[in-house]
Ligand binder design. Structure first.
Ligand code: GDP
Length: 354
C-alpha cells in the first residue's frame, strides 16, 4: 500500500478535508425538499445557503435534491432586477457593489450578490471569497452575499450561479448582482443571465491595458469610469468622453437602449445614485418595449440548450463503450491516421449504440 502522506497546506488555503463546512454539515443531514423550500420562501438565509451548497455539490444525491428544490422554487422566481457587473481586478467592483448595495438597502430593497469566477479553485475564491470585502453589506439582514462556486469549468460555475439566482429570488431578493472578473469568457456567461450589464473601467488606461475586449464594451448597458476622485477626476471625465465617442460607432442595441457612459467613485459615492437611476431607466424602457421579457425568454432558451449540451457531454464521457475506445481514437487522430471528424463519428456511433 502506498504510504499516506500528510495533505499539504498552502498558506491561506484550506486543506481539501475542510474545503466546505456547509457540505460537511449536509453529509450528516439532508432534509426533505419541502423543508428547504419553506425556509427559502420565509427568507431564511441559512436555508438558502444550505440549498445553494447542494446546488454546488457534485454528489448525485445532493444534485437530485437541489433540482427538486429548484423546481419548487421556480414558480416563486423571476421577480427581480438582475445586474451583471464586470471589470478587471482592482477596478473597484466590490467597493462599488457595497456602495450601491447600501443605497439599495436604504430604499428598502433586498440584495443578493453572486459571483462567477471560474478561476476560484477553493471556497476562498479570488472574488467575493475574502470576508473583508463588502463588510458593511454582508452585516445586513437584507443582503445575501455568496462567493463563486469553487474549482470548476466556466460552464459548471455559470449553471450553478444561474440556479442560485432562482433560489435567491424565491427568498425575496428583488435585486440580484452577478459579479465577474473582466477576463476570459465569464462576461458572456454573466450577460446570459443579467437584465442589465455594467462595465467598470479605470480612468486613464487604454482598453488594451485593462484587458477589455471590444465585445465586452459592446455588451455594456452602462460603462462607469470608476475612481473619479482626487486627481483622477479630470482623467475620468476625459475617458468618459472617449467612450461616448466610441459607443456612437456601435450599431443600436436590440433592446432599444442607448448605452450610457458615466463617471463614478465607489469611495466618495459620486455617480452611484445616478448609476442606479440608469438601471431603473433601462428597466422601464425594456419593460415598455417588450424586450425585458423577450430577453429573459431568450436566456431561458439559451440555458436549455446549454444544459442539453452539458448533460449530453457528461453522458458521453461516462459511457463505458466510449471510455473503452476513446484513447485509441484520440491517438489515431493525433497520429493523423484518422480525421477528427471520423474519430468523432466513430465515438458518437458507439455512444448511440451503433
Ligand atoms: P475589485 O477587485 O474590482 O473588486 O476592486 P476593489 O473593490 O477590491 O478595489 C480595489 C482597490 O481600489 C481598493 O483598495 C479600493 O479601496 C480602491 N477603490 C475602489 N473604488 C475606488 C474609488 O472609487 N476611488 C478610489 N480612489 N479608490 C477606489
Amino acid at each position: 500500500m502506498p504510504k499516506r502522506t500528510k495533505p499539504q497546506v498552502v498558506s491561506g488555503v484550506s486543506p481539501s478535508g475542510s474545503l466546505n463546512p456547509h457540505i460537511q454539515a449536509q453529509r450528516r443531514k439532508l432534509r426533505p425538499p419541502g423543508e428547504y423550500v419553506r425556509g427559502i420562501l420565509e427568507g431564511s438565509r441559512v436555508m438558502l445557503s444550505q440549498a445553494i451548497t447542494l446546488i454546488e455539490s457534485t454528489r448525485p444525491e445532493h444534485q437530485k435534491l437541489a433540482q427538486e428544490i429548484i423546481g419548487l422554487c421556480l414558480p416563486h422566481s423571476g421577480h427581480s432586477i438582475r445586474i451583471g457587473i464586470t471589470g478587471s481586478p482592482g477596478v473597484g467592483k466590490s467597493t462599488f457593489i457595497e456602495a450601491l448595495g447600501l443605497l439599495l438597502l436604504e430604499q428598502g430593497r433586498r440584495l443578493a450578490v453572486l459571483a462567477i469566477d471560474p478561476s476560484s479553485k477553493v471556497s476562498k475564491g479570488s472574488i467575493l471569497g475574502d470576508k473583508t470585502r463588502m463588510e458593511k453589506l454582508s452585516g445586513s439582514e437584507a443582503a445575501f452575499i455568496r462567493p463563486s462556486p469553487a474549482g470548476e469549468s466556466l460552464g459548471g460555475v455559470a449553471r450553478k450561479t444561474r440556479e442560485s439566482i432562482i433560489l435567491c429570488e424565491a427568498a425575496g431578493y428583488d435585486t440580484i448582482i452577478i459579479e465577474t472578473v473582466g477576463v476570459g469568457q465569464s462576461e458572456t456567461a454573466v450577460h446570459s443571465m443579467a437584465d442589465f450589464f455594467l462595465l467598470l473601467l479605470l480612468p486613464g488606461a487604454g482598453d488594451e491595458l485593462q484587458g477589455i475586449k471590444r465585445g465586452i464594451v459592446e455588451m455594456a448597458d452602462l460603462i462607469a469610469v470608476n475612481k473619479a476622485d482626487g486627481e483622477r477626476l479630470p482623467l475620468a471625465k476625459r475617458a468618459r468622453q472617449e467612450y461616448r465617442n466610441a459607443l456612437h460607432l456601435f450599431p443600436p442595441k436590440e433592446s432599444g437602449w442607448a448605452p450610457k457612459v458615466e463617471v463614478c467613485s465607489a469611495t466618495t459615492g459620486l455617480g452611484i445614485p445616478e448609476a442606479w437611476q440608469q438601471v431603473l431607466s433601462h428597466w422601464k424602457t425594456t419593460e415598455e418595449n417588450g424586450y425585458f421579457l423577450k430577453n429573459r425568454r431568450n436566456q431561458a432558451y439559451y440555458w436549455l440548450r446549454e444544459s442539453i449540451n452539458q448533460q449530453l457531454l457528461a453522458a458521453f464521457a461516462q459511457d463505458p463503450a466510449v471510455q473503452e475506445k476513446r484513447k485509441a481514437v484520440e491517438q489515431a487522430v493525433l497520429e493523423g491516421k484518422l480525421s477528427p471528424f471520423q474519430g468523432a463519428e466513430e465515438l458518437v456511433a458507439l455512444f448511440l449504440g451503433g
